[in-house]
Ligand binder design. Structure first.
Ligand code: URA
Length: 211
């Protein structure tokens, strides 16, 4: 399946770690560690086009020139609670990033998102935002989260997840066609409960051991 504006990060290390994440017997601690590692590897790809500026510096031997990140700090937005499982890995790679949180829960009957928390850094204008949530399932929460982030008028938004369902990609891009999606894999479908198949189960439960 090929979708416009969807980037499948299928680096061998990412694929290997994803396979272990999917396994039903992978422990909570291993799941958390792998998710963190994968998020870091994905962030490396996602940040490829960040702007840099030339700086003058001194090595122990001579003056030299280097390139450093330019402009305002990147903002990482975690969609609670599973997004927090990706946050730490990305923060390890971009320690100066600012962090926002969005709390949404899925109404079990309608599968529609309901917002209960929204906190962003100040001065979002001119900032690049990475929104993260492991499972792009129905796409409803993802689209709602990005709609809220757009209201803060950042310079750019990218969406990163761990698994995407075709239904979720279509629903998300119906509302936000210009927002690129980065995922290691696109799975077959959603089941009747809105879970990704084959997927990996409930990401939040697997990260926090709540099942
Ligand atoms: N949320 C999850 O945690 N898993 C799914 O498969 C779908 C939504």
């Amino acid at each position: 399946m090929v979708f416009d504006n969807v980037f499948v990060i299928d680096h061998p290390l990412v694929c290997h770690k994803l396979a272990i994440l999917r396994m039903k017997d992978t422990s909570t601690s291993r799941f958390r560690a792998l998710l963190r590692e994968m998020s870091m590897l994905m962030a490396y790809e996602l940040t490829r086009d960040l702007r840099t500026t030339e700086v003058a510096l001194e090595t122990p031997l001579a003056p030299a020139k280097g390139r450093m990140l330019e402009g305002k700090k990147v903002v990482l937005v975690s969609v609670l609670r599973a997004g927090n499982g990706m946050l730490d890995g990305v923060l390890e790679l971009i320690p100066s990033a600012r962090v926002g949180h969005i709390g949404l829960y899925r109404d079990p009957k309608t599968l529609e998102p309901v917002e209960y928390y929204f906190k962003m850094p100040g001065e979002m204008r001119d900032r690049d935002v990475l929104v993260m949530d492991p499972m792009l399932a129905t796409g409803n929460s993802a689209a709602a989260a990005v709609t809220r982030v757009k209201q803060t008028r950042p310079r750019s938004i990218k969406y990163m997840c761990l698994l995407a369902a075709p239904e979720g990609i279509r629903a998300f891009h119906a509302e936000h066609p210009e927002v690129p999606i980065y995922t290691p894999a696109i799975d077959e479908r959603l089941n009747d409960h809105g879970y990704i198949v084959p997927g990996l189960g409930d990401a939040g439960d697997r990260i926090y051991g709540t099942k």
